[in-house]
Design a protein around this ligand. Structure first.
Ligand code: PEP
Ligand code: MN
Length: 589
């Protein structure tokens, strides 16, 4: 059976196009998803697949130039062009509602195509994904009703998702163009060699011209003089050739037609370089794709989900959703452009409390410049004394959100009461549950009902089992986006503010799939010991750090002894870059 390669995972547009084409032509094939367009091209060129597919143009978002480059670079031949209707829908979990959606995952081209729909949604962040299949899969796996994906009904069916909104493209009548390809030197049994040439053929060329006036016009007149109908012209810088440009042109006809062959001969004489990308069957009629169902072979529950379901059905644990066994591969959270849990080491920097506009904006810029990828700042402060600074409340939240927007950093802030949750979630990216509230079960349930990620701090005298059980409360309500945070516990040792229990990190990594952060600031409470503990936390396998930073630590309104000045924070971040990420991810770290 033929192997047909595409970029992406089950449910990607490329896969739907490819299976549709092969099925229409009675070709039996197994589809093989690979991580990149380049790998798809090398798989086909290297005869490890007999067929492949590449998107070449979105009617709304423009040419996929990489595909033309790959056609020129690799020994692959185009066979047919397909216009595919891209009537994107918003896909979510059964029971989810559009008004609760906070994050939408989609391929970058799809995000562009749905620009108007997305800009009409408040408090929603669009997150680029490798492909439409990955976007839908993440939604299905995550189990979080606040996360949705953009894609077609066929992909929804594949992952048991439902449509929360239809006609999300700026123009629902729009389509994308794809090319079916085969190896240039296909083996004789390749079924694509038997595809008959259709009445309407197209040819694509890549060429460069010298930089004299009129060179491009001269080339185009080669087509006009022979009454060949040009269809598309695209130019881009010619990589490795200074300021030279390369042009891609599509026109009607086949290289074997007399006038086309004659035109190509003339191109050869006129152009500096010429690559004939090939001739292929042009698309005829209305775009395909409307009403296409998922390829039957691909319709399945992904293996990891089946495994996890099978295991969790048999396991008795007080925290089945949090347990590592329910998701052996570990969770990855996407917060804005930041990925947590899959190898990237995340540093959250910022003040204990938001104190003023100037303070939080300056700190946001300073920590971003020094390598933080998220911004923290408390607005509702749990203080031991009622006379200590209690935070700026909603004014502080608004200032933190403003600093986040100004720097592009996702934000983290503590919620102390149930009635703060909804409003905080509208403005802030990650809701922190502080150590003192780790077992405030009603608060845990409230953040569990909201889509925002939660940073759950370990209680002052909580065991790791109690921390995991607290996280289970959040997951049990439907929010799987939880980060655990070790921040020091009460022991008999008074030398440090708390005792930072770094052994919690490997223990938690073994017992749960949730990412684990460390907060050395509250852990030791003494500025000069923050640095060695940051190093230790990364070395022991934490996924990220939460560190307090202040423009002028002695003047900080809370936790002044542990706040780092900007420069010291910068030195610590630079230092951390020299420590390898502990990359284990499976059970039995
Ligand atoms: C904080 O992060 O500012 C904070 C109050 O932390 P904790 O709840 O760990 O004391
Ligand atoms: Mn603090």
């Amino acid at each position: 059976m033929t192997i047909a390669a595409y970029q992406g995972v089950d449910g990607a547009y490329s896969q739907l196009v490819l299976t549709h084409y092969l099925r229409e032509h009675g070709i039996e094939a197994t589809t093989l998803g690979v991580p990149s367009y380049r790998e798809m091209a090398t798989t086909v060129a290297g005869l490890r697949a007999g067929a492949g597919v590449m998107p070449i143009e979105s009617a709304l978002a423009g040419t996929v130039r990489e595909s033309y480059d790959l056609l020129a670079e690799f020994g692959v031949a185009p066979v047919a062009e397909i216009h595919w209707r891209t009537d994107h829908r918003l896909l979510g979990l059964p029971g989810a509602e559009l008004r609760h959606v906070r994050e939408i995952l989609a391929h970058p081209l799809v995000i562009t195509e749905c620009g108007r729909f997305l800009s009409g949604l408040q408090h929603v962040r669009a997150i680029p994904c490798e492909d439409t299949g990955v976007a839908a899969r993440e939604v299905a796996r995550g189990g979080n009703p606040a996360i949705a994906a953009l894609g077609p009904p066929a992909t929804a069916a594949l992952y048991d998702l439902v449509e929360l909104a239809e006609h999300c493209s700026d123009d629902p009548q729009t389509y994308s163009r794809f090319l079916i390809i085969r190896p240039a030197h296909a083996t004789a049994d390749n079924p694509l060699l038997a595809i008959t040439k259709s009445a309407r053929r197209k040819t694509s060329l890549a060429f460069s011209v010298d930089e004299r006036t009129g060179s491009l016009a001269r080339c185009l007149s080669i087509l006009a003089d022979r009454k060949i109908n040009g269809d598309k012209l695209e130019s881009k810088p010619f990589l490795g050739h200074g300021t030279e440009r390369v042009f891609y042109v599509d026109f009607e006809g086949d290289v074997e037609d007399g006038n086309v062959a004659d035109a190509i001969a003339e191109f050869k004489r006129t152009c500096k370089t010429l690559i004939v990308l090939g001739s292929y069957n042009a698309h005829v009629g209305a775009p395909a794709g409307a009403g296409i169902s998922a390829p039957p072979a691909a319709r399945h529950v992904p293996r990891e989900i089946r495994q996890a379901q099978a295991i969790s059905a048999h396991i008795e644990t007080p925290f089945p959703r949090v347990s590592r066994i329910s998701r052996p591969e570990g969770s990855t959270l996407r917060i804005g452009g930041v990925r947590i849990g899959d190898g990237e080491f995340v540093i959250v920097g910022g003040p204990c409390s938001v104190e003023s506009r100037e303070q939080i904006i300056d700190t946001a810029h300073a920590v971003r410049e020094r390598g933080a990828t998220m911004l923290r700042g408390g607005a509702f402060k749990p203080r031991t004394s009622p006379y200590a600074f209690q935070g700026l409340g909603w004014e502080g939240v608004a200032l933190l959100a403003e600093a986040g927007r100004a720097t592009g950093l996702p934000t983290v802030s503590e919620v102390m009461t149930i009635d703060q949750v909804e409003r905080m979630a509208e403005q802030i990216d990650v809701l922190q549950i502080g150590a003192r509230n780790m077992q405030n079960f009603d608060l845990l349930k409230a953040v569990g009902r909201i889509g925002r990620p939660v940073l759950l701090k370990r209680g002052l005298s909580a065991t790791l089992d109690e921390l995991l059980a607290a996280a289970e409360y959040i997951l049990a309500e439907g929010n799987p986006n939880v980060i655990l945070c070790e921040r020091g516990i009460r022991t008999f040792e008074p030398a440090t503010r708390n005792t930072l229990d770094l052994s919690a990190v490997p223990v938690l990594r073994e017992r749960t799939h949730l990412p684990v952060f460390v907060d050395p600031s509250h852990g030791v409470g003494v500025r000069r010991w923050i640095r060695p503990l940051c190093r230790a936390a990364k070395a022991v396998g934490a996924h990220g750090l939460l560190v307090e930073v202040h423009p002028n630590p002695p003047e900080a309104k809370s936790d002044k002894d542990q706040a780092l000045p900007f420069d010291e924070f910068g030195e610590i971040v630079a230092d951390l870059a020299r420590i390898a990420v502990w990359s284990h991810s499976a059970v039995g770290v």
